[in-house]
Design a protein around this ligand. Sequence first.
Ligand code: ZN
Length: 287
Amino acid sequence: MCKYLKLLLLNFLKLLLLIISLYCSSSLSAQVEYDGSDCINKQFQVIAHVAVDSAMRAPLYTQDTIATILSLTSEYFNRICLSYTLCEYHVLEDDYTLGIIKSQPVAVETRLRELRNRFSMRRRINIFFLESIADAECGTGTYQGISTLLDANVFLERDCEEGLHQQLAHQLGHVLGLLDTYSAEDIELADGSNCATVADRLCDTPADPYGQTYVSAQDSIRLLTEEIVTEFISECAFIYELRDPNDDFYNPLVANIMSGYPCKCFFTQQQLDLMLSNYKQSPIKHF
Ligand SMILES: [Zn+2]
């Protein structure tokens, strides 16, 4: 009986994994039909700065692991012929505290700026693989960093719910001038009527309530009498039942790389176009 249950559970898990991978690949083909007519044809030679752990003073990742992460990340950008390869593997040796970014006594931004000033190479994309960053959701990347000499920097945390390559793709999206698909302050309407002015200001990424706490008057009443789901996702399916100010339901792309959900697998056409044009217009060319 126990054996049978185990087998059943195993098959269920296999099925779940299959559904998730199918979901990702179908999202990729359905949402992104980039014609590939415009290519950057660019291979960024990035520098990885890797923190060491506090116990053994060993690098958090080997050179091979980082090369693999970069190649997985590059797949998300291959529709605009852009890729990332490892040029230099630099271990932040001697001091494990360099990889632990706390918010006290010095602010997180200051600590990250110190790392940048000490170790970043100009005209390169510098990726810091750290142990932890206070108040960050897996990492941070400089918005429009590609347009400046020293700020093409990404900082990643080790403990992240999703794969590091997914988080890296998200932060590199910021470096290439993309915003998050969501905004806690401004409410993007589900009918798309204000899509060009709020959140990521792109209209092929539907309104995304991630991080929002807005509850309409009608939903306040519903919450008292009905069972309303207020979690955003379950197994990468969007299940949130609260509505926007027009009482419309949301239907965001939970698998979008610039979303906040741990299901990232594709960029939309407008996101790809924007990264492409930001790179082309950048006065500084990174190696
Ligand atoms: Zn972000």
